[in-house]
Design a binder for this molecule. Structure first.
Ligand SMILES: [Zn+2]
Length: 476
Protein backbone atom coordinates (compact mmCIF):
# COMPACT_ATOMS: atom_id res chain seq x y z
CA UNK A 1 0.00 0.00 0.00
CA UNK A 2 1.07 3.53 -0.58
CA UNK A 3 -0.28 6.67 0.90
CA UNK A 4 -2.85 8.41 -1.27
CA UNK A 5 -3.91 11.96 -0.58
CA UNK A 6 -6.67 14.09 -1.98
CA UNK A 7 -5.16 17.08 -3.72
CA UNK A 8 -7.45 20.10 -3.92
CA UNK A 9 -5.47 21.36 -6.91
CA UNK A 10 -6.28 18.29 -9.03
CA UNK A 11 -9.53 17.36 -7.24
CA UNK A 12 -8.36 13.77 -7.11
CA UNK A 13 -6.60 11.21 -4.99
CA UNK A 14 -2.97 10.86 -5.85
CA UNK A 15 -0.08 8.78 -4.63
CA UNK A 16 1.95 10.76 -2.16
CA UNK A 17 5.59 11.25 -2.92
CA UNK A 18 7.76 13.81 -1.18
CA UNK A 19 10.21 15.89 -3.16
CA UNK A 20 13.12 14.55 -1.14
CA UNK A 21 12.97 10.85 -0.26
CA UNK A 22 12.12 10.22 3.37
CA UNK A 23 11.48 13.85 4.33
CA UNK A 24 8.11 15.57 4.27
CA UNK A 25 7.83 19.33 4.43
CA UNK A 26 4.40 20.32 5.65
CA UNK A 27 3.00 23.77 6.26
CA UNK A 28 -0.33 24.28 7.97
CA UNK A 29 -2.14 27.60 8.11
CA UNK A 30 -2.50 28.23 11.81
CA UNK A 31 -4.85 30.38 13.83
CA UNK A 32 -5.15 34.13 13.98
CA UNK A 33 -4.43 34.65 17.65
CA UNK A 34 -6.84 37.39 18.71
CA UNK A 35 -9.31 35.16 20.59
CA UNK A 36 -9.64 31.60 21.86
CA UNK A 37 -9.75 28.92 19.18
CA UNK A 38 -13.15 27.23 18.88
CA UNK A 39 -13.81 23.54 18.39
CA UNK A 40 -14.24 24.04 14.63
CA UNK A 41 -10.69 25.36 14.50
CA UNK A 42 -9.61 22.32 16.48
CA UNK A 43 -11.27 19.95 14.05
CA UNK A 44 -8.91 21.44 11.46
CA UNK A 45 -5.86 21.32 13.73
CA UNK A 46 -6.60 17.71 14.68
CA UNK A 47 -6.72 16.91 10.96
CA UNK A 48 -3.22 18.46 10.75
CA UNK A 49 -2.22 16.37 13.76
CA UNK A 50 -3.40 13.11 12.16
CA UNK A 51 -1.38 13.93 9.05
CA UNK A 52 1.64 14.78 11.19
CA UNK A 53 1.36 11.68 13.39
CA UNK A 54 0.64 9.29 10.53
CA UNK A 55 3.61 10.52 8.50
CA UNK A 56 5.77 10.09 11.63
CA UNK A 57 4.31 6.60 12.15
CA UNK A 58 5.01 5.72 8.52
CA UNK A 59 8.70 6.44 9.06
CA UNK A 60 9.05 9.83 7.41
CA UNK A 61 11.06 12.62 8.88
CA UNK A 62 8.33 15.23 9.17
CA UNK A 63 9.15 18.90 9.12
CA UNK A 64 5.88 20.41 10.20
CA UNK A 65 5.56 24.19 10.43
CA UNK A 66 2.47 26.11 11.46
CA UNK A 67 2.20 29.89 11.57
CA UNK A 68 0.47 31.98 14.18
CA UNK A 69 -1.00 35.05 12.53
CA UNK A 70 -0.32 37.98 14.83
CA UNK A 71 -0.95 40.86 12.42
CA UNK A 72 -3.83 41.15 9.97
CA UNK A 73 -7.09 43.07 9.58
CA UNK A 74 -8.84 41.13 12.35
CA UNK A 75 -5.99 41.36 14.86
CA UNK A 76 -5.71 45.12 14.35
CA UNK A 77 -9.44 45.70 14.66
CA UNK A 78 -9.50 43.67 17.86
CA UNK A 79 -6.48 45.48 19.36
CA UNK A 80 -8.06 48.85 18.54
CA UNK A 81 -11.26 47.80 20.32
CA UNK A 82 -9.31 46.74 23.40
CA UNK A 83 -7.07 49.82 23.35
CA UNK A 84 -3.86 47.76 23.43
CA UNK A 85 -1.04 46.92 20.99
CA UNK A 86 -1.21 43.91 18.70
CA UNK A 87 1.55 42.22 20.72
CA UNK A 88 -0.40 42.72 23.94
CA UNK A 89 -3.45 41.31 22.18
CA UNK A 90 -1.85 38.26 20.59
CA UNK A 91 0.72 37.09 23.18
CA UNK A 92 -1.76 35.59 25.68
CA UNK A 93 -3.91 34.04 22.93
CA UNK A 94 -0.83 32.48 21.32
CA UNK A 95 0.06 30.88 24.65
CA UNK A 96 -3.53 29.75 25.21
CA UNK A 97 -3.63 28.20 21.76
CA UNK A 98 -0.49 26.14 22.38
CA UNK A 99 -1.82 25.05 25.79
CA UNK A 100 -5.16 24.00 24.25
CA UNK A 101 -3.33 22.13 21.49
CA UNK A 102 -1.31 20.25 24.07
CA UNK A 103 -4.46 19.41 26.07
CA UNK A 104 -5.87 17.77 22.93
CA UNK A 105 -2.65 15.86 22.32
CA UNK A 106 -1.68 17.79 19.20
CA UNK A 107 1.95 16.97 18.50
CA UNK A 108 4.08 20.14 18.54
CA UNK A 109 5.21 21.63 15.24
CA UNK A 110 8.89 22.09 14.47
CA UNK A 111 8.21 25.82 14.68
CA UNK A 112 5.39 28.33 15.00
CA UNK A 113 6.54 31.37 13.04
CA UNK A 114 4.80 34.62 13.90
CA UNK A 115 4.24 37.11 11.09
CA UNK A 116 5.71 40.06 13.01
CA UNK A 117 9.07 38.22 13.18
CA UNK A 118 9.27 38.15 9.36
CA UNK A 119 8.52 41.73 8.37
CA UNK A 120 11.96 42.28 6.78
CA UNK A 121 11.63 39.11 4.69
CA UNK A 122 8.13 40.19 3.63
CA UNK A 123 9.38 43.58 2.45
CA UNK A 124 12.12 41.83 0.44
CA UNK A 125 9.58 39.45 -1.06
CA UNK A 126 7.30 42.29 -2.17
CA UNK A 127 10.29 44.08 -3.69
CA UNK A 128 11.15 40.91 -5.62
CA UNK A 129 7.59 40.78 -7.01
CA UNK A 130 7.71 44.46 -7.96
CA UNK A 131 11.08 43.96 -9.67
CA UNK A 132 9.69 40.95 -11.55
CA UNK A 133 6.71 42.89 -12.85
CA UNK A 134 4.18 40.96 -10.73
CA UNK A 135 3.34 43.76 -8.31
CA UNK A 136 3.02 47.52 -8.35
CA UNK A 137 2.75 50.31 -5.81
CA UNK A 138 -0.53 52.20 -6.14
CA UNK A 139 -1.46 55.74 -5.25
CA UNK A 140 -3.12 54.62 -2.00
CA UNK A 141 0.33 53.72 -0.61
CA UNK A 142 -0.28 49.97 -0.93
CA UNK A 143 1.51 47.46 -3.14
CA UNK A 144 -0.77 45.16 -5.14
CA UNK A 145 -0.20 41.82 -6.80
CA UNK A 146 -1.14 41.98 -10.47
CA UNK A 147 -3.20 38.86 -11.15
CA UNK A 148 -3.01 39.53 -14.89
CA UNK A 149 0.75 38.89 -14.59
CA UNK A 150 0.21 35.31 -13.43
CA UNK A 151 -1.50 33.15 -16.03
CA UNK A 152 -2.32 30.33 -13.62
CA UNK A 153 -4.33 32.57 -11.31
CA UNK A 154 -7.64 30.99 -10.30
CA UNK A 155 -6.58 27.40 -10.94
CA UNK A 156 -6.83 26.16 -7.33
CA UNK A 157 -10.38 27.39 -6.83
CA UNK A 158 -11.29 26.78 -10.45
CA UNK A 159 -12.33 30.29 -11.41
CA UNK A 160 -12.38 31.80 -14.84
CA UNK A 161 -10.26 34.91 -14.71
CA UNK A 162 -10.78 35.90 -18.34
CA UNK A 163 -13.76 38.05 -17.37
CA UNK A 164 -11.98 39.89 -14.57
CA UNK A 165 -11.34 43.56 -14.91
CA UNK A 166 -7.60 44.09 -15.26
CA UNK A 167 -6.21 46.42 -12.64
CA UNK A 168 -9.28 46.41 -10.34
CA UNK A 169 -8.15 46.16 -6.72
CA UNK A 170 -9.18 44.85 -3.35
CA UNK A 171 -7.47 45.91 -0.15
CA UNK A 172 -9.28 43.70 2.40
CA UNK A 173 -7.83 40.30 3.30
CA UNK A 174 -11.19 38.52 2.96
CA UNK A 175 -13.33 38.63 -0.17
CA UNK A 176 -15.38 36.34 -2.40
CA UNK A 177 -14.26 34.74 -5.65
CA UNK A 178 -16.61 37.02 -7.56
CA UNK A 179 -14.41 39.83 -6.29
CA UNK A 180 -11.14 38.30 -7.44
CA UNK A 181 -8.89 41.20 -8.32
CA UNK A 182 -5.45 42.60 -7.60
CA UNK A 183 -4.92 42.07 -3.89
CA UNK A 184 -2.79 43.97 -1.40
CA UNK A 185 0.61 42.48 -0.58
CA UNK A 186 1.55 45.46 1.54
CA UNK A 187 -0.84 48.03 2.95
CA UNK A 188 -0.18 51.66 3.85
CA UNK A 189 -0.33 52.24 7.59
CA UNK A 190 -3.41 53.96 8.94
CA UNK A 191 -3.53 55.98 12.18
CA UNK A 192 -5.08 52.93 13.84
CA UNK A 193 -2.26 50.66 12.63
CA UNK A 194 0.25 53.09 14.19
CA UNK A 195 -1.78 53.26 17.40
CA UNK A 196 -1.66 49.44 17.91
CA UNK A 197 1.99 49.22 16.74
CA UNK A 198 1.20 47.40 13.52
CA UNK A 199 3.28 49.57 11.17
CA UNK A 200 6.81 49.23 9.84
CA UNK A 201 9.12 51.15 7.51
CA UNK A 202 9.31 50.02 3.89
CA UNK A 203 10.42 51.38 0.50
CA UNK A 204 6.74 52.35 0.02
CA UNK A 205 6.46 54.20 3.31
CA UNK A 206 5.04 53.06 6.64
CA UNK A 207 2.88 50.02 6.26
CA UNK A 208 2.16 46.42 7.13
CA UNK A 209 1.90 43.08 5.33
CA UNK A 210 -1.34 41.70 3.90
CA UNK A 211 -2.38 38.38 5.43
CA UNK A 212 -1.87 36.30 2.26
CA UNK A 213 1.72 37.40 1.88
CA UNK A 214 2.61 36.23 5.38
CA UNK A 215 2.17 32.51 4.75
CA UNK A 216 4.12 32.53 1.47
CA UNK A 217 7.08 34.25 3.09
CA UNK A 218 7.14 32.20 6.29
CA UNK A 219 6.65 28.83 4.61
CA UNK A 220 9.40 29.50 2.07
CA UNK A 221 11.73 30.87 4.76
CA UNK A 222 11.24 27.84 7.00
CA UNK A 223 10.76 24.98 4.55
CA UNK A 224 12.02 26.06 1.13
CA UNK A 225 10.40 27.07 -2.15
CA UNK A 226 8.47 23.84 -2.74
CA UNK A 227 6.37 22.28 0.03
CA UNK A 228 5.23 18.67 -0.03
CA UNK A 229 1.95 19.44 1.68
CA UNK A 230 0.07 22.59 2.53
CA UNK A 231 -2.87 22.18 4.87
CA UNK A 232 -5.76 24.40 5.83
CA UNK A 233 -9.46 24.66 6.43
CA UNK A 234 -11.69 24.63 3.35
CA UNK A 235 -12.46 28.35 3.70
CA UNK A 236 -8.82 29.11 2.90
CA UNK A 237 -8.88 27.77 -0.67
CA UNK A 238 -9.93 31.17 -1.94
CA UNK A 239 -8.57 33.76 -1.77
CA UNK A 240 -5.86 32.83 0.75
CA UNK A 241 -4.26 29.82 -0.92
CA UNK A 242 -4.96 31.00 -4.45
CA UNK A 243 -3.02 34.15 -3.56
CA UNK A 244 -0.24 32.20 -1.85
CA UNK A 245 0.32 30.22 -5.06
CA UNK A 246 0.35 33.36 -7.20
CA UNK A 247 2.82 35.25 -5.00
CA UNK A 248 5.10 32.30 -4.38
CA UNK A 249 5.31 30.93 -7.90
CA UNK A 250 5.60 34.40 -9.43
CA UNK A 251 8.52 35.13 -7.09
CA UNK A 252 10.39 31.82 -7.25
CA UNK A 253 9.42 30.42 -10.65
CA UNK A 254 8.98 27.01 -9.00
CA UNK A 255 5.95 24.92 -8.03
CA UNK A 256 4.93 26.08 -4.55
CA UNK A 257 3.00 23.08 -3.24
CA UNK A 258 2.85 19.45 -4.38
CA UNK A 259 -0.30 18.49 -2.42
CA UNK A 260 -2.95 20.92 -1.25
CA UNK A 261 -5.17 19.45 1.45
CA UNK A 262 -8.25 21.09 2.95
CA UNK A 263 -10.34 20.04 5.92
CA UNK A 264 -14.10 20.35 5.99
CA UNK A 265 -15.75 22.63 8.48
CA UNK A 266 -17.44 21.45 11.65
CA UNK A 267 -21.16 21.81 12.17
CA UNK A 268 -22.56 22.31 15.66
CA UNK A 269 -25.99 20.87 16.39
CA UNK A 270 -26.60 20.80 12.62
CA UNK A 271 -25.62 24.41 11.97
CA UNK A 272 -22.54 26.23 10.80
CA UNK A 273 -20.79 27.71 13.81
CA UNK A 274 -21.21 31.45 14.12
CA UNK A 275 -21.09 33.94 16.95
CA UNK A 276 -24.46 35.30 15.85
CA UNK A 277 -26.12 31.87 16.19
CA UNK A 278 -24.83 31.46 19.73
CA UNK A 279 -23.31 28.06 18.87
CA UNK A 280 -19.73 29.22 18.96
CA UNK A 281 -18.03 26.80 21.37
CA UNK A 282 -14.45 27.07 22.53
CA UNK A 283 -12.44 24.12 23.78
CA UNK A 284 -12.15 25.88 27.13
CA UNK A 285 -15.91 25.98 27.57
CA UNK A 286 -16.13 22.22 27.02
CA UNK A 287 -13.31 21.57 29.48
CA UNK A 288 -14.96 23.86 32.05
CA UNK A 289 -18.14 21.81 31.65
CA UNK A 290 -16.05 18.83 32.72
CA UNK A 291 -15.72 17.11 29.34
CA UNK A 292 -12.76 14.83 28.85
CA UNK A 293 -10.21 16.15 26.32
CA UNK A 294 -9.71 12.60 25.03
CA UNK A 295 -13.45 12.30 24.31
CA UNK A 296 -13.37 15.67 22.52
CA UNK A 297 -10.40 14.45 20.49
CA UNK A 298 -12.26 11.24 19.65
CA UNK A 299 -15.32 13.11 18.45
CA UNK A 300 -13.34 15.57 16.33
CA UNK A 301 -11.41 12.79 14.52
CA UNK A 302 -14.37 10.42 14.25
CA UNK A 303 -15.15 11.56 10.73
CA UNK A 304 -12.82 11.68 7.72
CA UNK A 305 -11.36 15.19 7.48
CA UNK A 306 -13.15 15.84 4.16
CA UNK A 307 -16.46 14.44 5.40
CA UNK A 308 -19.24 16.11 7.32
CA UNK A 309 -19.03 16.15 11.08
CA UNK A 310 -21.80 17.41 13.29
CA UNK A 311 -20.82 18.21 16.86
CA UNK A 312 -23.50 17.50 19.45
CA UNK A 313 -23.43 17.06 23.23
CA UNK A 314 -24.92 13.60 22.64
CA UNK A 315 -22.09 12.76 20.26
CA UNK A 316 -19.64 13.80 22.95
CA UNK A 317 -21.28 11.39 25.41
CA UNK A 318 -20.97 8.59 22.84
CA UNK A 319 -17.30 9.47 22.35
CA UNK A 320 -16.83 9.26 26.12
CA UNK A 321 -18.28 5.72 26.06
CA UNK A 322 -16.09 4.71 23.12
CA UNK A 323 -13.05 6.00 24.94
CA UNK A 324 -13.99 4.11 28.10
CA UNK A 325 -14.26 0.94 26.05
CA UNK A 326 -10.72 1.49 24.84
CA UNK A 327 -9.43 2.19 28.35
CA UNK A 328 -11.18 -0.89 29.74
CA UNK A 329 -9.68 -2.97 26.96
CA UNK A 330 -6.21 -1.68 27.72
CA UNK A 331 -6.69 -2.47 31.44
CA UNK A 332 -7.93 -5.93 30.59
CA UNK A 333 -4.85 -6.67 28.48
CA UNK A 334 -2.49 -5.24 31.08
CA UNK A 335 -4.17 -7.24 33.81
CA UNK A 336 -4.18 -10.58 31.94
CA UNK A 337 -2.57 -13.35 33.91
CA UNK A 338 -0.33 -15.10 31.42
CA UNK A 339 -0.07 -18.85 31.39
CA UNK A 340 3.13 -20.27 29.93
CA UNK A 341 1.36 -23.59 29.37
CA UNK A 342 -1.53 -22.11 27.33
CA UNK A 343 -1.87 -22.72 23.60
CA UNK A 344 -1.27 -19.79 21.28
CA UNK A 345 -4.72 -18.21 21.01
CA UNK A 346 -4.32 -16.37 17.72
CA UNK A 347 -4.14 -12.90 19.30
CA UNK A 348 -0.82 -12.18 17.62
CA UNK A 349 -2.40 -12.83 14.22
CA UNK A 350 -5.47 -10.73 15.02
CA UNK A 351 -3.11 -7.96 16.15
CA UNK A 352 -0.93 -7.92 13.03
CA UNK A 353 -3.98 -8.05 10.76
CA UNK A 354 -5.51 -5.11 12.63
CA UNK A 355 -2.38 -3.00 12.21
CA UNK A 356 -2.32 -3.75 8.48
CA UNK A 357 -5.99 -2.79 8.10
CA UNK A 358 -5.32 0.35 10.11
CA UNK A 359 -2.50 1.25 7.76
CA UNK A 360 -4.80 0.66 4.79
CA UNK A 361 -7.40 3.04 6.24
CA UNK A 362 -4.89 5.78 6.95
CA UNK A 363 -3.13 5.30 3.61
CA UNK A 364 -6.49 6.06 2.03
CA UNK A 365 -6.27 9.82 2.46
CA UNK A 366 -5.92 9.68 6.27
CA UNK A 367 -9.33 8.12 6.79
CA UNK A 368 -9.54 8.30 10.57
CA UNK A 369 -13.18 7.13 10.59
CA UNK A 370 -12.17 3.83 9.01
CA UNK A 371 -9.06 3.64 11.18
CA UNK A 372 -11.19 3.98 14.32
CA UNK A 373 -13.53 1.26 13.03
CA UNK A 374 -10.48 -1.01 12.67
CA UNK A 375 -9.41 -0.30 16.25
CA UNK A 376 -12.84 -1.01 17.70
CA UNK A 377 -13.19 -4.14 15.55
CA UNK A 378 -9.87 -5.26 16.98
CA UNK A 379 -11.14 -4.62 20.52
CA UNK A 380 -14.23 -6.78 19.84
CA UNK A 381 -12.23 -9.62 18.29
CA UNK A 382 -9.70 -9.76 21.08
CA UNK A 383 -12.37 -9.51 23.79
CA UNK A 384 -14.27 -12.36 22.15
CA UNK A 385 -11.10 -14.47 21.93
CA UNK A 386 -10.31 -13.83 25.58
CA UNK A 387 -13.87 -14.64 26.66
CA UNK A 388 -13.52 -17.99 24.90
CA UNK A 389 -9.96 -18.72 26.08
CA UNK A 390 -8.96 -16.63 29.09
CA UNK A 391 -5.53 -18.28 29.40
CA UNK A 392 -2.97 -16.71 27.08
CA UNK A 393 0.75 -16.91 26.57
CA UNK A 394 2.79 -13.75 27.10
CA UNK A 395 3.56 -13.40 23.38
CA UNK A 396 -0.15 -13.17 22.54
CA UNK A 397 -0.90 -10.64 25.25
CA UNK A 398 2.14 -8.56 24.33
CA UNK A 399 1.27 -8.57 20.62
CA UNK A 400 -2.25 -7.34 21.35
CA UNK A 401 -1.01 -4.56 23.64
CA UNK A 402 1.69 -3.54 21.17
CA UNK A 403 -0.85 -3.30 18.32
CA UNK A 404 -3.19 -1.21 20.46
CA UNK A 405 -0.42 1.18 21.44
CA UNK A 406 0.97 1.37 17.93
CA UNK A 407 -2.39 2.43 16.48
CA UNK A 408 -2.79 4.87 19.36
CA UNK A 409 0.46 6.58 18.39
CA UNK A 410 -1.58 7.93 15.46
CA UNK A 411 -4.98 8.35 17.09
CA UNK A 412 -3.63 9.68 20.38
CA UNK A 413 -6.71 8.69 22.40
CA UNK A 414 -5.16 6.57 25.16
CA UNK A 415 -2.29 9.02 25.18
CA UNK A 416 -4.55 12.02 25.90
CA UNK A 417 -6.70 10.00 28.29
CA UNK A 418 -3.72 9.00 30.40
CA UNK A 419 -2.22 12.50 30.33
CA UNK A 420 -5.47 14.00 31.60
CA UNK A 421 -5.81 11.32 34.27
CA UNK A 422 -2.39 11.85 35.82
CA UNK A 423 -2.81 12.23 39.53
CA UNK A 424 -0.32 13.85 41.78
CA UNK A 425 2.01 11.76 43.91
CA UNK A 426 0.40 12.78 47.20
CA UNK A 427 -3.01 11.53 46.08
CA UNK A 428 -1.47 8.30 44.79
CA UNK A 429 0.30 7.68 48.11
CA UNK A 430 -2.92 8.41 50.00
CA UNK A 431 -4.95 5.99 47.86
CA UNK A 432 -2.33 3.24 48.21
CA UNK A 433 -2.41 3.69 52.00
CA UNK A 434 -6.22 3.45 52.04
CA UNK A 435 -6.16 0.32 49.86
CA UNK A 436 -3.70 -1.25 52.29
CA UNK A 437 -5.97 -0.43 55.26
CA UNK A 438 -8.95 -1.83 53.37
CA UNK A 439 -7.14 -5.09 52.58
CA UNK A 440 -6.29 -5.49 56.26
CA UNK A 441 -9.89 -4.79 57.26
CA UNK A 442 -11.11 -7.38 54.77
CA UNK A 443 -8.57 -9.90 55.98
CA UNK A 444 -10.05 -9.35 59.48
CA UNK A 445 -13.57 -9.69 58.06
CA UNK A 446 -14.26 -6.11 59.16
CA UNK A 447 -16.48 -5.32 56.18
CA UNK A 448 -17.97 -2.18 57.71
CA UNK A 449 -14.53 -0.57 57.68
CA UNK A 450 -13.59 -1.86 54.23
CA UNK A 451 -16.86 -0.57 52.75
CA UNK A 452 -16.41 2.80 54.45
CA UNK A 453 -12.95 3.12 52.87
CA UNK A 454 -14.29 2.23 49.44
CA UNK A 455 -17.09 4.77 49.83
CA UNK A 456 -14.68 7.45 50.90
CA UNK A 457 -12.48 6.84 47.84
CA UNK A 458 -15.49 6.74 45.53
CA UNK A 459 -16.43 10.15 46.90
CA UNK A 460 -13.01 11.38 45.76
CA UNK A 461 -13.55 9.99 42.26
CA UNK A 462 -11.33 6.93 42.80
CA UNK A 463 -12.59 3.62 41.43
CA UNK A 464 -11.31 0.37 42.97
CA UNK A 465 -11.14 -2.88 41.05
CA UNK A 466 -10.53 -6.05 43.00
CA UNK A 467 -8.80 -8.78 41.06
CA UNK A 468 -6.86 -11.98 41.68
CA UNK A 469 -3.61 -10.02 42.02
CA UNK A 470 -5.02 -7.53 44.50
CA UNK A 471 -6.75 -4.20 44.14
CA UNK A 472 -6.13 -1.79 41.28
CA UNK A 473 -7.45 1.75 41.21
CA UNK A 474 -8.09 4.49 38.73
CA UNK A 475 -9.55 7.94 38.60
CA UNK A 476 -13.05 7.28 37.31
ZN1 LIG B 1 -2.02 30.84 5.64
Amino acid sequence: MTLKVHNTATRSLQAFEPLEAGIVRVYGCGPTIYNHAHIGNFRTFLFFDLVHRYLDWSGYEVRFVMNLTDVDDKVIESAVESGITITEKTTPFGEAFLADSSTLGIRPAESYPRATDYIGAMVDFVQRLVDGGHAYPADDGAVYFSIASFAEYGRLKGIDTSTLKVGARVSHDQYDKEDARDFALWKAATAEDEQVEAAWDSPWGRGRPGWHLECSVMSIAELGETLDMHLGGEDLVFPHHENEIAQSEAATGRPFVRHWMHGRHLFVEGKKMAKSLGNFITLRELLDEGHDPAAIRHLLISSHYRGDLNFTRQGLEASGSALQRLLDFESRLKGLAVDAGADPSGLATIASEAVESFRGAMDNDFNSADALAVVFGFVSSVNAALDAHPAVIAADRDAALAALHSMDEVLGLLEVASASRVVDDDLAAYVEQKIQERSEARANRDFATSDAIRDELTGKGIVLEDGPDGTRWKVG
